[in-house]
Design a protein around this ligand. Sequence first.
Ligand code: OGA
Ligand code: MN
Length: 268
Amino acid sequence: MPAFNAIPPTPDRFDQLVAEPNDYAIGQPAEKQIKTDAFLEHPPIEAQIEWVVDCLIGDATPNEAIDVSTKSQFSEFDMATSALAVNGWCVVSNFLSRSETEALSTECMAMHDAQLLTPARVGANHAATLLRGDSTHWFQPDALSARQQVFADRIEALRNRLNRELFLGLVDSESHYAVYPPGAGYARHLDCLRDSDSRVISAVFYLNEAWQDAEGGALRLYLADQTYHDVFPRAGTLLLFLSAEFEHEVLPATRRRMSIACWMKQRA
Ligand code: OGA
Ligand code: MN
């Protein structure tokens, strides 16, 4: 049963599906519906009930990442889908296995060292490295390496899940490796301009083994209640958020910082 079965919304009505974070506490009909569906389909075990209830009734800043590697009575990505529907963002851990993540990290590092990444610039202004100091390599959909294919397949599974549960109409995705040298960041920005971009969901997957918080490099996600949530770029972590809703920035780190930035898109 789809989570939102009252009025099948169209992609451009997406705002109606995801309440403003300030509205969470008052319990929107859509949230009640998700809650009902989640409980009917997947009678959860005790410990999970508490967490899911917290999440669904509007803990707007769930500090715990959702571990998608553990076998539970929820089907894969259910909790992440619900959290995304309620809060507009969520953090997933173990999106890929350790060895799959390491393989991507090794490839990204090797490509960077072979100078196959291109300095990213914002707009036409070449002096803009102050705004954005990373270098990127776009994945070529027709020529993915085996390890990129593993990532792409997992993203596809998530994209299909989000479409099925939230009617997002996500038709495609695009991804790039990004490497930030020590000291580089990305100033506060929005991933798409409202009404003029096909990007709906931003997904950032991190590739940095044994990252220590003291090394910096958090993605700072600005929330609607004027607070923020820092996500550290630990290997295996995937951050998901609504591209048009959440401003964010990358804080500089003392160590090289690698990620895959991905956008799930609706028809333009
Ligand atoms: C981006 C971005 C965040 C990150 O590429 O638009 O915000 O953590 N990346 O790499
Ligand atoms: Mn961004």
